[in-house]
Design a protein around this ligand. Sequence first.
Ligand code: DC
Length: 218
Amino acid sequence: MRIPVLTIDGPSGAGKGTVSRLAAKKLGWHYLDSGSIYRSLAIALQNASVDLANENEIIIVAQAMVLEFECNDELVARLNGENITSQLGLESTGNLASQIAVLPDVRRVLLQKQQDFKRPPGLVADGRDMGTVVFPDAENKVFLTASAAKRAERRYKQLIEKGIDANLVDIRNEIEERDRRDMERKAAPLVIACDALYIDSSDMAIEAVVEKVLNLIR
Ligand code: DC
């Protein structure tokens, strides 16, 4: 049986997570937040105090990690049985994830873990290379972006709402640095799949983006 896949790729902070979760809910499909897999590996490496220069050790930790995700309203993540949800969203975790994501062998090990999420009745997959590398045959692909200024502003508001101290200039610099690393790496860089629908969400409400994405499937 053909299992439909909708891929939503784009830079950090473009709203992929929110849009993908809402689209998956409306469609009644499974949801893969592929960034959380890279983030979980970053946490596993921190826990094991692995030297990031030691690629072999990174691969051993990646192969051994057992991940469980529960996705209701909020994502709950367990790494080797331990709840790591609160660490998952930290900026430091995202930055470390982006650094290890440049390694081709890391991406190879994590590929199957991501493809295993494709189960009936369908999958919404969000990340950087969902439509280009992980699910190249997906029939519905979206590239979701927004200006760096808008993405920084949204991230700043999220952090302040959570009571976390934040600096808008620092956030924008980090976003731009992460964009550069994710786009310029040799292995599966962030690029627009030739068959993807391009959406710039800078001046769009989330609901309008979700509607546009769902129209693609209808
Ligand atoms: O989407 P995110 O911010 O949770 O992703 C964190 C990092 O993980 C991102 O900066 C690069 C890496 N990543 C990746 O290389 N490929 C993906 N499909 C998803 C994330």
